[in-house]
Design a protein around this ligand. Structure first.
Ligand code: ARG
Length: 461
């Protein structure tokens, strides 16, 4: 095959690239989303080169103008992305040279696509982490508003999905808040390691030009330049960390989704999601399906898959850069898109949810959820906990047979199980008494929920 192409790296080649190789090797269809950060990185690199005397002021001006115009073209949809130029980097560079000539060819001095792509990815991910954090905060605020309204709403708390003890709905929602707060912590932690600059590593060994990495890092808002050039171009651990934090965040949203789905079933009937967030069935006219939480639960699968993909992608790679790393982008982008969309859906869906307070409290009452309170009451009357446990177990058995809740048993019936029971027992048998008694930091009492909310609001600022 005669060499026909003018690829940016074609100097040592005598034949042109096979068409299949060209399309198989190209990443432009997906990495073009890095264009803004690619241009930002190039501008900083060119400024640094000019300060170092490698480029002239005139060349820099031409590069700045050219890259600015290219950015405008891309944003207008006026930029033809070509597979023959393989990726976002070479598409932009080739277009720059087309537009400004000689100076365009000098932009890549002291740089390689290896440090360029690692830089682009870090700049891009840094922005996305900030956007996701904003999304998380937004959802947290939604939760705080609902938790505040529902600080006194009583619902059954579950273990093994069996009614365990009454809790307040506000307390339950604040548990979700905490999960998201830790997700934010993980993202903030991983952001510190994202914000390190690979530029200057060039292909793998650094460059012979008199570069000033600290200056480029400062221009790009990086905390520091990477300490080792081989490491800088090869590791994608920052993307893996992010994807891991994203997977865990999606696991959290999936668990919340599962609860929303259960609660909206006729059997629970605790909530009703708004019509706008549900769909009907094409055959069963009565159906109102919680599709959105189901989809979020389902999408956690891809977030976990993306993490596995990146871990597997990395594990066999020797130093330094390998083309394998081109495969880091789609899983990373997919995790970002998935998380952002799911956060948006959640923040949009929760405020419109109707809360069936009567159903919730009724379900707590009917589930013998204050049995532990009765046992604690007996302990306060001097009975050993194990004996109290036995006495209460028998009382519950009896109440079930009678089809009554514990608080509906007469004093006489209750005293049949223990003479220690007096008429003050009813204060602990009610679900209201039960939640109010758990009045310590971290507990479910309405007063504690309110103080947890106040603290959370201070945290969010
Ligand atoms: N598209 C490539 C990637 O995503 C850019 C770096 C290519 N470097 C190379 N030596 N082939 O990783």
């Amino acid at each position: 095959m005669e060499k026909t192409s003018d690829k940016l790296w074609s100097g040592r080649f005598t034949e042109s690239t096979d068409a299949l190789v060209e399309s198989f090797g190209a990443s432009v269809s997906f990495d073009r989303r890095l264009y803004r950060h690619d241009i930002e990185g190039s501008l900083a690199h060119a400024r640094m080169l000019t300060r170092a005397g490698v480029l002239t002021e005139g060349e820099l001006a031409a590069i700045e103008r050219g890259l600015g115009d290219i950015r405008t073209d891309i944003e207008r949809g006026d930029f033809a992305w070509l597979v023959e130029f393989e990726d976002v980097h070479m598409n932009i560079e080739a277009r720059l040279t087309e537009r400004i000539g000689e100076a365009g060819k000098k932009l890549h001095t002291g740089r390689s696509r290896n440090d360029q792509v690692a830089t682009d990815l870090r700049l891009y991910l840094r922005d996305e982490v900030d956007a996701i954090d904003a999304g998380l905060q937004g959802l947290q605020r939604v939760l705080l508003d609902i938790a505040e309204r529902e600080a006194e709403t009583i619902m059954p708390g579950f273990t093994h999905l069996q009614v365990a003890q009454p809790v307040t709905f506000g307390h339950h929602l604040m548990a979700w808040f905490e999960m998201l707060q830790r997700d934010r912590g993980r993202l903030a932690d991983c952001r510190r390691r994202i914000n390190i600059m690979p530029l200057g590593a060039a292909a793998l060994a650094g460059t012979s030009y008199p570069i000033d990495r600290a200056y480029t890092a400062q221009l790009l808002g990086f905390d520091a330049a990477a300490a080792n050039s081989l490491d800088a171009v090869s590791d994608r651990d920052f993307a893996i960390e992010f994807t891991s934090a994203a997977a865990l965040l999606m696991v959290h949203l999936s668990r919340c989704s599962e609860e929303l789905i259960l609660w909206s079933s006729a059997q629970f009937g605790f909530i009703e999601l708004s019509d706008g967030y549900c769909t009907g069935s094409s055959i069963m006219p009565q159906k109102k399906n919680p599709d959105m939480p189901e989809l979020v639960r389902g999408k956690s699968g891809r977030a976990i898959g993306n993490l596995m993909a990146l871990l597997t992608l990395m594990k066999g790679q020797p130093l330094a850069y390998n083309k394998d790393n081109q495969e880091d982008k789609e899983p990373l982008f997919d995790s970002i898109d998935t998380v952002k969309a799911c956060l948006r859906v959640f923040a949009g869906m929760l405020p419109g949810m109707q809360i069936r307070r009567e159903r919730m409290v009724q379900s707590a009452r009917l589930g013998y959820s204050t049995a532990t309170d009765l046992a604690d009451y007996l302990v306060r009357k001097g009975i050993a906990f194990r004996d109290a446990h036995e006495i209460v177990g028998k009382s519950v058995r009896y109440a079930i047979d009678q089809g009554k809740e514990l608080a509906a048993l007469t004093l006489e019936e209750l005293r049949g199980f223990s003479a220690a029971i007096g008429d003050d027992v009813y204060a602990v048998l009610t679900v209201e008494g039960s939640v109010a008694a758990r009045n310590h930091p971290g507990g479910t009492a309405p007063a504690q929920v309110r103080s947890a909310i106040a603290q959370a609001r201070r945290l969010l600022g």
